[in-house]
Design a protein around this ligand. Structure first.
Ligand SMILES: [Zn+2]
Length: 278
């Protein structure tokens, strides 16, 4: 099992990888650049190459998370172009560091009367980015939190958007357990249904990473508030146990995005290794 957490790049990309190793993590996530901006980063190629080598040598897997303003359903042309440029820059950094892919949130509803418009715009955005992307790493679509009825909360939507893209082989998935719980996709008791549906849709064939988070609110609350895994949220240890033991998830990295102020990451990763490591 690969367990890890989100790590800052304050000490650079190699620094982040070394910090992961120091936390006894076998996987990590990082922002490729400033998480609050879409500006292009002229990154240090030596640092990224050293990060890649260190991760290969130490069997550490990683993903990046695109900056917060990255949206696959931007409101205007100007924003759209900025996001496409920024995403290509993120992919370049992700690839140079040897990471699996760059996580992007599923888009938002842009019109209440025309739900299809949002999916269409997402597909156009993905097609435009991927037609220019020649590297190895993928775009990883993440399921949204949000009340049932908002978009990007179901496995069907993730699988369909991927299927409808020109270069679907460059798209994988990220499943966030808190978002799944908040949206009501997984209410803690229906994992077998989620699993069965995901297998039917081919979702698990393209799942590359799990964001492993507990939820501060009850299932279907629509609230995206992450909690620590053990004893801090509404998802019980038994419910996580059922999910994590699914053979479909055996080789997928589990990455914590939990509050480290409440439980330090090294402790929480240790708890994961003790409970589910093998
Ligand atoms: Zn997440």
């Amino acid at each position: 099992m690969k367990f890890g957490c989100h790590i800052s790049i304050r000490e650079g990309y190699l620094g982040a990888a070394k910090q992961a190793a120091a936390l006894n993590a076998s996987a990590f996530q990082y922002f490729p650049k400033n998480p609050r901006s879409l500006s292009i980063k002229e990154f240090n190629k030596e640092d990224s190459a050293l990060c890649k080598r260190f991760c290969t040598e130490n069997a550490i897997e990683s993903v990046t998370h695109t900056p917060y303003p990255t949206s696959l359903t931007p409101r205007d042309e100007n924003k759209r172009n900025k996001i496409i440029e920024s995403l290509l820059n993120d992919l370049e950094i992700t690839d140079a560091c040897g990471s699996i892919g760059a996580v992007v949130h599923f888009g938002k509803l842009i019109s209440n009367d025309d739900r299809l418009a949002s999916y269409q715009l997402m597909i156009e955005m993905l097609n435009e980015v991927l037609s220019q992307w020649k590297g190895n790493c993928k775009i990883l679509l993440e399921n949204n939190a949000g009340i049932p009825g908002s978009i990007g909360t179901t496995l069907e939507e993730l699988a369909q958007v991927r299927n409808l893209c020109d270069q679907s082989e460059k798209i994988g998935f990220c499943l966030d357990t808190c978002h799944a719980f908040a949206s009501g996709l997984w209410d803690g008791e229906n994992w077998n249904d989620v699993l069965g549906r995901g297998i039917e849709l081919g979702f698990f064939d393209h799942l590359e990473v799990i964001h492993f988070n507990n939820s501060k609110y009850e299932p279907g609350s629509g609230k995206d508030r992450h909690a620590n895994i053990f004893g801090h949220g509404y998802i019980s240890e038994k419910q996580f146990d059922q999910l994590i033991k699914s053979p479909q998830l055996a080789n997928i990295p589990f990455i914590l995005e939990t509050p480290k102020e409440e439980v330090p990451h090294n402790e929480e990763i240790q708890q994961l290794h003790e409970k589910w490591g093998r």
